[in-house]
Design a protein around this ligand. Structure first.
Ligand SMILES: C[S@@+](CC[C@H](N)C(=O)[O-])C[C@H]1O[C@@H](n2cnc3c(N)ncnc32)[C@H](O)[C@@H]1O
Length: 268
């Protein structure tokens, strides 16, 4: 299901890099997002405890896939004769909102992010009813159901807390590896529950000092340039020195793109 900032493109390189961490007894995914890194970590290191910090309650979205599929099926019926990829007219939009409201009232939950990707302009997401109601809707409802994923988080421990709390809980454990994929600086964080400023972003670097870690960033964030500059000019510790690095290029459209970066360091 859609999740902004998901690390899908690192599947092969992340799994390969985990070979450096075969000694790990605990893997802690501080910024779990969609849980994809936790899922892969559990596959590769089945004997390790894997902790997924589900800050955005993604597991709730996973456990509601069936209901989300049913809602999308209702949208397809409402939009049966409507032109594809075009703006949805007033009456059909009203019918869609009625269906969403009925779902909200009957079950107390709607996966707004997932339904947004079937109704809103690319990369636009609503997180509640009012948000959805005020946006222009497009007929881009996906044709197929989302696959049910009952085993997606099998064996993974799910918690939900601020990353600092989770880090403090585990920082003194033996053979612990932290997966650190914070919200990107200067990207659209509209679907995240809070907004990240530079100081918040720099605070995260404290989790890298003396730990086993994976850290994810992109060339848009300039964090590597900054830590490198501080080391060379002010003699500060560079938490990324001696880390291994993998770059993956992402294309937004034909003339713009960026590079996603994974850094990792094992103390052993
Ligand atoms: C780049 S995403 C992580 C993506 C994830 N690795 C994946 O593959 O799906 C960053 C995540 O950090 C979450 N987040 C924001 N503030 C946080 C905090 N204070 N503590 C923990 N997580 C936080 C965001 O909501 C978002 O889910």
């Amino acid at each position: 299901m859609p999740f902004q900032g998901q690390k899908r493109r690192f599947q092969t390189s992340f799994k390969e890099a985990l070979r450096d961490f075969e000694h790990a007894k605990v893997v802690v995914d501080l910024f779990g997002g969609s849980g994809l890194l936790s899922h892969w970590a559990k596959q590769q290191l089945p004997n390790a405890i894997v902790v997924f910090n589900d800050f955005d309650d993604y597991s709730k979205r996973v456990s509601n896939i069936e209901r989300t599929n049913a809602l999308l099926a209702q949208f397809r019926t409402i939009l049966k004769d409507a032109p594809l990829d075009k703006v949805i007219d007033k009456d059909r939009k009203a019918a869609i909102l009625l269906a969403v409201r009925a779902e909200q009232q009957a079950y107390g939950y709607v996966d707004y992010i997932t339904i947004s990707s079937s109704l809103l302009f690319s990369m636009n997401y609503a997180t509640n009813f009012a948000d959805l109601a005020m946006q222009t809707m497009y007929n881009c409802v996906r044709k197929n159901d989302y696959e049910l994923a009952p085993d997606y988080l099998f064996g993974v421990d799910v918690i939900r807390a601020d990353y600092r709390e989770v880090f403090n809980m585990w920082k003194n454990a033996d053979d612990v590896v932290f997966l650190i994929d914070p919200p990107y600086l200067s990207t659209d964080c509209s679907t995240y529950s809070n907004y990240w400023k530079l100081a918040n972003y720099l605070d995260v670097l404290k989790c890298l000092s003396g730990t086993n870690y994976f850290y994810f960033t992109s060339n848009k964030s300039s964090i590597l340039e900054l830590t490198d500059w501080i080391e060379r000019n002010l003699g500060g510790e560079n938490p990324f020195s001696d880390a291994k690095r993998v770059d993956v290029n992402a294309r937004m459209n034909h003339n713009s793109g960026y590079t996603d970066i994974m850094l990792y360091k094992s103390k052993k």
